[in-house]
Design a protein around this ligand. Structure first.
Ligand code: C5P
Ligand code: C5P
Length: 466
């Protein structure tokens, strides 16, 4: 059996079900999964309802209904099959659509997961889309949603664009359908539809351009020297997507010159980006990266249904609500990032860590950890802990690292899964990004244990002498 056989089997299992419940994750990828699957399912005339959870764990399992519906777990489930067993779900009742590392379970639940087939850079929304397309080849309008999910889960980051089936099938389908535009060798930066050009330039620190990255005034002066118009006559700032090709070319070559002068490489200056020509210009729905931030703003602030409504085309109330949430999300993330940098992290041999207490919700600390990493010692994985409001006895842990460190043998998923199990908690995720819940009383020992496991991983890969 290959991956496409699993996709076919899943499409059949869904089509045969009289009624379906989708249980999905609250981040951009999870919300995209839900919007893709629920539309594909309802288009077949099958009754479907959706439940969003911030993570599948004993606290949230009661949200999964006990009824006769087929439970489709999307962007979660692979690592939590023991919870299905404990709940007494049979193989027939469950379908897992995921891209997370699977945990062993004595009952073999049906799973469509791209990871065991070596497709490491495809998210669960990608898998959901392949199932939707298998159900009906007319579902290619949903490819755009899958691109948002993939980009939201950072699948385009390391290779500066999507690769593998996410690129060859999903992006191509989106382009053929007409609601996706591929921009090859675009500037690798964030905020191209909504942020003033100089701010977009400052957001990028990979590659780090001295005097421009993290430096708004420096970036403004840089554009001024190049003779680039930065504001309209009314004082409105231009955004990257509306300046001319010639202006883009001038900016990119000047950035390249600056990198070369500093002895840096220019390859990461460029990225393939995905634009959505059917969306209103200068809104965050115009490209995959900013669209994903809108979804994260909804989901991580407990309103995933609003993100889902936007993915289905609601540009009225849902979109206005999302705009407010986006503003709040951005402000809190900025604040969290400042808090991490100002407070500083404690360094152990193989990791750096910080406890943010109850200041920030457990749903966003992982995003902050990922963003802070490039401003800290990027050679050591970062571990952030925070309180869980629903349960004072629990602590949420989020870890992030980068591709270079993963290449040196680090697997955060394995480390957190193993360490949290020893303290009666649970965790999982990916090599590069993982999370866990642990008992509050175990915090100190837990960090030391994770540090030791990471040391063993470095040593096993022969990269202890970083
Ligand atoms: O639950 P899930 O897989 O969706 O979590 C994705 C999170 O992991 C995102 O916040 C993303 O920042 C991070 N991630 C990453 N690099 C990857 C895959 C995921 O940073 N290659
Ligand atoms: O919550 P956070 O963004 O840090 O999650 C990072 C990754 O770890 C995600 O892929 C998430 O699904 C996974 N995770 C997990 N079990 C947990 C917490 C997070 O598998 N208890």
């Amino acid at each position: 059996m290959g991956f496409s056989d699993d996709v076919k089997a899943a499409a059949e299992q869904i089509s045969d079900a009289p009624e379906i419940t989708i249980i999905s994750h609250i981040d951009a990828d999870g919300i995209s999964c839900e919007a893709i699957l629920s539309q594909a399912i309802s288009r077949q005339g099958i009754r479907v309802k959706s439940v969003f959870v911030r993570q599948l764990e004993p606290l949230t399992m009661p949200q999964v209904p006990s009824d006769n519906s087929l439970k489709v777990f999307a962007d979660l489930g692979a690592g939590q099959q023991n919870l299905f067993l404990e709940r007494g779900f049979s193989e027939k009742e469950v379908l897992i659509v995921d891209h997370h590392v699977s945990q062993e379970c004595e009952r073999q639940y049906t799973q469509v997961n791209c990871l065991p087939y070596g497709f490491e850079r495809m998210s669960a929304a990608g898998v959901s889309y392949l199932i939707a397309k298998q159900m009906d080849s007319a579902n290619t309008d949903l490819a755009k949603l899958a691109i948002v999910g993939n980009v939201g889960d950072m699948m385009a980051r390391e290779k500066c664009g999507l690769v593998g089936p996410a690129r060859d099938i999903i992006v191509e389908d989106g382009v053929s359908h007409g609601n996706v535009e591929v921009r090859k060798r675009d500037l690798n930066c964030y905020g191209t539809a909504t942020r003033p050009v100089h701010l977009s330039l400052t957001y990028n620190d990979d590659p780090f351009v001295r005097g421009i990255s993290n430096n708004p005034e420096g970036a403004r002066q840089f554009l001024k020297k190049l003779g680039i118009r930065q504001q309209t006559e009314n004082g409105r700032w231009y955004v990257w997507e509306e300046i001319s090709q010639e202006e883009k070319r001038i900016i990119i070559s000047a950035l390249a010159e600056q990198l070369i002068a500093n002895g840096d490489t220019v390859d990461r200056l460029f990225a393939e980006t995905y634009g959505f020509p059917d969306e209103t210009p200068r809104t965050p729905l115009r490209n995959a990266q900013e669209y994903a931030t809108v979804l994260n703003a909804c989901g991580r602030w407990a309103k995933p249904q609003i993100g889902s409504a936007i993915l289905r085309g609601d540009r009225g109330t849902a979109y206005r609500d999302a705009e407010h949430m986006l503003k709040n999300h951005r402000a809190i993330i900025r604040n969290l990032l400042e808090f991490i940098i100002d407070t500083g992290v404690k360094e152990l041999e193989n990791l750096q860590y910080l406890h943010v207490g109850a200041r920030y919700p457990d749903t966003i600390v992982g995003i902050g950890a990922g963003m802070a990493l490039s401003k800290l010692n990027a050679k050591k994985p970062i571990l952030i802990m925070c309180e869980v409001p629903e349960d004072p006895n629990l602590t949420k842990v989020s870890m992030r690292t980068n591709e270079r460190v993963v290449e040196q043998g680090i697997d955060l998923q394995q480390a957190l899964n193993c360490a949290s199990a020893e303290y009666g908690g649970g965790g999982g995720g990916h090599k590069i990004a993982a999370g866990a819940y642990i008992p509050k009383t175990a915090e100190e020992e837990f960090v030391i244990r994770v540090n030791r496991i990471l040391g063993e991983q470095f040593a096993a890969a022969g990269s202890g002498n970083r």
